[in-house]
Design a protein around this ligand. Structure first.
Ligand SMILES: Nc1ncnc2c1ncn2[C@@H]1O[C@H](COP(=O)(O)OP(=O)(O)OP(=O)(O)O)[C@@H](O)[C@H]1O
Length: 219
């Protein structure tokens, strides 16, 4: 059912180039709390997250994220893509967060003082305020993930799509990020759909696992 808590797919076919990621998939699954999108390298996890954001078009079928088509749903979704492009590495961490605050939701740009205060609030929330003025390229992997998470949290999203937020982190940093994500789901009611190969760090924290394999998606 196209319920506001659900991810809803009806006859969805999704391709990336010549590769079929989803082949006529029909599925309804709640995505409240933390949902792990699992699958082997190249199975299509990143492509599916992009489809949920309306960045990649379906070949066929209907996809609804919390009851809305991707083009509408994306306005209430924070997205953390896999990796950063090289240009982003040169700018201070706080600018990376402020850059996402374009005021698009309300049609007016926020004054820069408000943007800075908002960015500082989000960086404090993710434990990244102490390195807010350092270039992203000089931060450790774990520090950078915290900044990217702060950027994904701009505009108070109801849902976060996180592509490999635990990649290249040591065990301690993985557990710190997982604990932060757990807090976001429990205290702010944010739904998190994330990809990760680090399933051990997520033990006991995920509400469900969605498996993407051989063109099918199942719980
Ligand atoms: N724009 C594109 N054009 C052609 N092929 C693509 C495109 N984007 C992705 N692919 C291919 O589609 C497949 C799925 O890629 P995707 O990045 O979604 O997988 P993934 O499950 O996220 O992988 P990983 O776990 O390695 O990050 C891969 O074989 C990839 O090479």
């Amino acid at each position: 059912m196209a319920h506001p808590d659900n991810l809803f797919l009806d006859g969805v076919t999704l391709c990336a180039g010549h590769k079929t990621i989803l082949d006529h998939v029909t599925l309804t699954v709640p995505i409240t709390g933390m949902t792990l999108l699992a699958g082997r390298n190249g199975s299509g996890k990143s492509t599916f997250l992009k489809a949920c954001l309306g960045l990649v078009r379906l070949q066929n079928g209907v996809l609804l994220v919390k009851g809305q088509p991707p083009e509408t749903a994306c306005k209430q979704i924070g997205y953390m893509p896999q990796g950063l492009n090289d240009a982003a590495l040169m700018i201070p961490a706080i600018s990376h967060v402020m850059a996402a605050m374009n005021g698009a939701q309300w049609g007016v740009s926020l004054p820069s003082r408000n943007r800075r205060e908002n960015a500082e609030r989000l960086l404090a929330l993710t434990g990244a305020l102490s390195f807010a003025r350092r270039p992203l390229g000089l931060l450790s992997g774990g520090e950078r993930q915290r900044v990217c998470l702060a950027q994904a949290l701009t505009d108070n999203p109801k849902t976060l799509l996180l592509d490999e937020p635990l990649a290249a982190l040591d065990h301690e940093a993985q557990h710190q990020i997982v604990s932060l994500l757990d807090t976001l789901t429990r205290e702010l009611g944010i739904s998190i759909l994330m990809t990760s190969h680090e399933t051990e760090a997520l033990d006991g924290k995920v509400s469900r696992i969605l498996k993407l394999e051989n063109g099918s998606l199942h719980v």
